[in-house]
Write a protein that binds this ligand. Structure first.
Ligand code: ZN
Length: 474
């Protein structure tokens, strides 16, 4: 889904425009020189993000993913039908989806069955009739087998992670294709609907709102609807034995919390504060961007991290207060506004970490400047390896190290001290508003900061984002 950029005062008057066509110069079978003739070519096999060069594809723009499946934790077997609605952005005779899941039986495009091939994470589809730029098309992929985890450059696992009572499902930065054919890059957001059939007694918890839940013949079917655009890496449909609690925040946002019964006590403080966290962040960053909120607290000891899955962050062990605040803050920064390239990861992790510092201060803990100066932050020696990575390009092995988190948050605090609270909080709100449901890059943040502060900030951002070494003057 391509969403026009919202800039400053233009906010109120933006109209969604049709996706433009991009004429491809080389064409298999186009009449040479015929004006207006379709020039069909293959969509690119990548969006060109250097951290994950196989991720994403060109030639189309996904609008909606619909996944209907059964999963039995006893056998770990999944039987799935994915229906993907997309708009061609060029005349296409071939396109790819990213898929690392189980065996594909059939692929249809607009109802016509097609041959397909798989190479690495590419599912390569050759639609006939060919697809014209600007036209909407529907791809149906049927597959069945045992999905599994994906290992990241830093050694951590994601994707489809079986647990002792179901599956923990998380996809940052490259796990979604483990179980769903996608255009797997945050620059192509879409709406999602998941219909999951699991053995009765288990719960399947997805992003968005629960549309229905029905038990019949020993199986329960859950349908979850994500009504706002979402990046593929933020999708989840996690399955397990969960205690479910539904409530609403004081401002009326529905809250759905699913907790593994073994983790209820250890997560109680964090869960109790969800409404006040949402309210504090809404007051600070602007309105909560989604139709519902909540959390999924599961036991997946091999995962070891939490993820800001849209509307319901997921935890792989008991949720602490700080981590809950971090993952909920990501709903503004990371989820609604996503990184344009993975090298922009500090825009996710630095913002969520700074929000966590602010929540700590707000609830009577350390002040943000105390945290800034602590021994895990600015107090680190200049010789520490912590300072030896460029924050604006940490590389795929370091993207979830403490560098984007802590140095990212420090960058924001240093900016706040340099330009003052007025300009700083205007920037945070404008960032969330201008790029809502979209993606943005570090250069956009620098431009916004200069605009809102009226200051030239080249030297400031150079020291904090683009240079190695501990900043000393800025
Ligand atoms: Zn984070």
């Amino acid at each position: 889904m391509t969403i026009p950029r919202l800039q400053g005062a233009a906010l109120a008057t933006v109209v969604l425009v049709a996706v433009g066509s991009v004429a491809a110069p080389t064409a298999a079978g186009a009449a040479p020189g015929a004006p207006g003739a379709a020039r069909y070519s293959a969509g690119a096999a990548s969006v060109g993000d250097p951290y994950f060069p196989d991720q994403g594809n060109g030639g189309y723009d996904v609008q909606h993913y619909d996944l209907t499946f059964s999963y039995d934790p006893a056998t770990r077997f999944m039987d799935a039908t994915a229906t993907i609605t997309a708009v061609a952005t060029q005349d296409l005779d071939r396109f790819n989806l990213d898929f690392r899941g189980p065996k594909v039986s059939t692929v249809t495009v607009n109802g016509h069955a097609h041959g397909f091939t798989r190479r690495g994470q590419e599912l390569i589809v050759t639609p006939r009739p060919k697809l014209k730029a600007g036209h909407t098309f529907t791809v149906v992929v049927k597959y069945a087998g045992v999905p599994g985890p994906i290992t990241d450059p830093d050694g951590s696992i994601e994707g489809w992670v079986p647990t002792d009572d179901g599956a923990f499902v998380a996809g940052e930065p490259q796990g979604a294709p483990a179980w769903l054919p996608t255009n797997d890059h945050p620059t192509d957001k879409a709406t999602f609907r998941f219909t999951a059939r699991v053995p009765a007694g288990l719960t399947a918890v997805g992003n968005g709102q629960l549309l229905s839940q029905k038990t019949r013949d020993g199986w329960t079917t859950f349908t979850w609807d994500s009504t706002e655009p979402m990046a593929t890496y933020l999708a989840t449909i996690t399955i397990g034995n969960f205690q479910v609690t539904e409530s609403t925040t004081p401002s009326g946002i529905p809250v759905y919390v699913a907790i593994d019964p073994r983790l209820v006590a250890g997560s109680a403080a964090a869960v109790a504060q969800i409404p006040q966290m949402i309210d504090f962040f809404s007051a600070t960053f602007g309105p909560y961007p989604f139709a519902s909120t909540g959390a999924i607290i599961d036991r997946a000891p091999d995962v070891g991290y939490a993820l800001e899955t849209q509307t319901k962050p997921i935890f792989s062990s008991a949720a602490g207060v700080g981590t809950m605040a971090h993952e909920l803050a990501h709903q503004w920064y990371g989820d609604s506004v996503s990184p344009e390239r993975w090298s922009d990861i500090w825009l996710n992790e630095g913002f969520a970490t700074y929000a966590q510092w602010m929540y700590t201060e707000h609830t009577g803990g350390a002040s943000v400047s105390q945290t800034f100066n602590s021994s895990s932050n600015y107090g680190r020696a200049a010789s520490s390896p912590f300072w030896q990575t460029v924050l604006a390009d940490p590389g795929p092995e370091e993207m979830f190290s403490n560098i984007p988190y802590n140095r990212g948050a420090m960058t924001l605090h240093a900016l706040r001290e340099k330009i003052g609270d007025g300009a700083f909080f205007r920037i945070l709100r404008a960032w969330a508003a201008n790029h809502r449901y979209n993606h943005a890059a570090t250069a956009d943040f620098i431009a916004l900061s200069e605009r809102e502060s009226g200051q030239k900030l080249t030297a400031f951002f150079d020291v904090w984002l683009f240079q190695k070494g501990k900043p000393t003057t800025w």
